[in-house]
Design a protein around this ligand. Structure first.
Ligand code: MF3
Ligand code: CO
Length: 254
């Protein structure tokens, strides 16, 4: 069942989303040579808890940390550890926060120092593909309109669109209906019709090479099969009677 939120429920959910946005900005400022992803996780946890919120991912299906930090060929669900960031790394930070009954969820890929032009393009195009997708995030359209636009943009650069992981509805639960694939397959149909009051996490995961991925022995971390770089860009949005609200991007355009 797809839940519809009233305007006042969305205003309430905005609080969790703003905590997520602030946490991503904190992580952006921490990304530096020599910092460990464990340090980033610790700071993010403290920061989220300082608002009286809880990290949505901590203990979710047994996930052991507060945020996901996925470096280079890690696509998503990188588990923070003692490894130090190195110059040129690309670092996907995924944050969820739960506050007074609602979740927010968003992700960004940051650069340690400077990186190659091709890595910068991957990050830029992944972000652009999100915005191409949400041009269709309007009442009356279908989920697949968003999916098709994301896929078309990423594939026009020869990039691989990850199939195994997808966006999702979000609200009182981290993962709600509907599914929001970043690709279109006629076998899955056009998807749900978008209605005012739906809140969605739209999250393209884009590989520089093949779309193929595999999961590490830890049961979480997803990596590109061919070792190519991967980028992630996610926001929680709300469908309105006009343009969508980008709930996890209200403070800064990033
Ligand atoms: N943003 C991701 C998602 O929506 C992160 C989930 S990590 C998990 O699925 F640990 F919570 F699963
Ligand atoms: Co998500």
């Amino acid at each position: 069942m797809i839940t519809i939120k009233t305007k006042s429920e969305i205003a309430q959910m905005q609080k969790a989303c703003t905590i997520v946005e602030r946490t991503l900005l904190l992580l952006r400022d921490m990304v530096e040579v020599g910092v460990t992803t464990e340090q980033m996780d610790k700071e993010a946890k403290k920061f989220i808890e300082s608002f009286g919120a809880t990290p949505s991912f901590l203990n979710y299906n047994g996930y052991p940390k507060s945020v996901c930090i996925s470096v280079n060929d890690q696509v998503v669900h990188g588990i923070p550890d003692g490894c130090k960031l190195r110059r040129g790394d690309i670092v996907s930070c995924d944050v969820g926060a739960y506050f007074e009954g609602y979740h927010g969820d968003a992700a960004r890929t940051y650069i340690v120092g400077d990186t190659s032009e091709e890595a910068k393009q991957l990050i830029k195009v992944t972000r652009e593909s999100f915005f191409k997708g949400i041009e269709y995030a309007r009442a009356g359209n279908r989920i697949s309109d968003i999916s098709k636009a994301i896929q078309a943009h990423a594939e026009s650069y020869g990039y691989g669109v990850v199939r195994e992981l997808i966006g999702h509805g979000i609200g009182t639960k981290l993962h709600e209906k509907p599914d929001i694939p970043n690709f279109y397959d006629p076998r899955m149909g056009l998807g749900a019709k978008l209605l005012e009051g739906m809140t969605l996490a739209v999250e393209p995961m884009i590989n520089m090479g093949s779309e193929k991925v595999y999961v590490l022995e830890n049961g979480w971390t997803v990596l590109t099969y061919d070792g190519s770089l991967s980028a992630h860009y996610e926001n929680t949005i709300a469908i309105t009677d006009g343009e969508p609200i980008i709930m996890t991007m209200q403070l800064e355009d990033f």
